[in-house]
Design a binder for this molecule. Sequence first.
Ligand code: ARG
Length: 581
Amino acid sequence: MNIRELLNQKVLTAMQTCGVPAELPALIAPGKKAGFGDYQANCAMGAAKAMGTNPRELAAKIVTALEPELKDIADKIEIAGPGFINIDLNKAWLGEQIAKAQTDARLSVAKSSAPQTAVVDYSGPNLAKEMHVGHLRSTIIGDALARLLEFQGHKVIRQNHVGDWGTQFGMLIAELEEQLGAKQDGEIALKDLEVFYQQAKKHFDEDADFADKARSYVVRLQSGDKEILKLWQQFKNISLHHSTEIYQQLNVTLTDEDVRGESFYNNDLAPVVKDLQAQGLAVESNGAQVVFLPELADKDGNPSPVIIQKQGGGFLYSTSDIAALRYRVKNLHANRIMYFIDARQSLHMQQVFTIARKAKFVGDDVSLEHLAFGTMMGNDGKPFKTRSGGTVKLAELLTEAVERANNLVRERNTELNDTEISEISRKVGIGSVKYSDLSKTRTNDYIFSWDSMLSFDGNTAPYMQYAFTRVQSIFRKAGVAPESLQNIIVINSDQEKALAIKLLQFSETLDQVAREALPHLLCTYLYEVASLYMTFYEACPILKEGIEPEIRDSRLRLCHLVARTIEKGLDLLGIEVMERM
Ligand code: ARG
């Protein structure tokens, strides 16, 4: 149980002793300002209102009931302002909690008592093209949440909803066939997907016979023609291989097993449409099958139309998403389904969710979440593009990141050998791109800036990685292994206390990040840990002459927990650390 949960329980007990109705919350929050308690219970105001009594008087009663409950935990419980209850934690008790976290492989983060099955839909590139910067945010934010939920003990099912179906594949397969016929090797022909796509498109636009063939291939593909399917599969494998390489480079946990693209739902589409018709949800309109949603009406009251089958019989992006949702509930037994998709698809997601709920494909017990994110902007405040205005390939962006990090690491250090430098550069470069994204509020647009992401000052990957190496270097200097130290933690100074409390808030921070799917809160937390650590380090000498061995060991233990917390926190964000840099 973390501090917040513990205080919550104790305060609720005290409230009930004072006759507060059981459904009223304790409202526990970490203290916002120094001198206003390490934690606050903000329950008295609301409770007094509900009970028609005076808030300060009620607060006083609660405090009287609370004092014996918190005998060993709190030093001081005070009432402030209109009835805030400020709780100062006891240093000895904090020391014991830190000692416990020290010996726990999970850093005192308990597994969820109510584990869920979470489907996390992220990345989802279109296989006709190469991955570009537009896929970055979904891929890394989704991966951070997948890692975190897994760490909390939830069952996580990753779903990479790749675009692997649709008319453009007819053209691509026809092109692949021609190039293979010219004895080109598939890998070579598709080495650069962008170039290949452009060739196919040009071919399609300029050669009427080729265009006819491409169209006939779409039909053959959709009717399950073996030969065409084989070519399609070949195209898919090579394209997927490109994505998998990017995932590995990015330290993203997606594998080929997580791919469940649009084509997977192919056989479900007709039955889904039939079902929606039978339920009276889908109706014919101009030869197409359409679901009209009054729930999402425009400002003139016109219901939002969602086409689920085109006039010629073709299905759409929405249809596969509805089928996917049904599958995720019925076959994957999901309780929480999280979509990490650009904010520009929010109407699409709302439509899909509304239809799936109305059709009872999804029950009320399942949480459907479109976790939208903003756009990555260039320095000019417009969506991030190459100098010539093209889309930036992810592969190239990552190469540049590692190169830039390499220059930076070389500038700073001469003692490392080349192998070490390239390893460190990789972690710093990739880490910077990821951290700069993850540390921004998910829902906002943000400006992509090499200079700020690679800075050693501020809330950046290099700063966090450097903070980790600094702690490691203390142990090298001390010549001791952390585990060999006595595990008695003495919290004396204010700096030690502030750091200890922050470290013990790891678990509650993770709860909030998981609940709201906001990784930037974890970045902020880690940055605060690192900052409090620097303050502690300046105020509390460790290896200096004259420091008592117990104090030295205790402080080293605190340092060690700082390093492990940073390491674990970064790991949950998919960012690696290094021993030195
Ligand atoms: N392939 C889609 C795109 O590039 C993203 C897929 C997102 N996931 C989903 N279930 N719709 O826009």
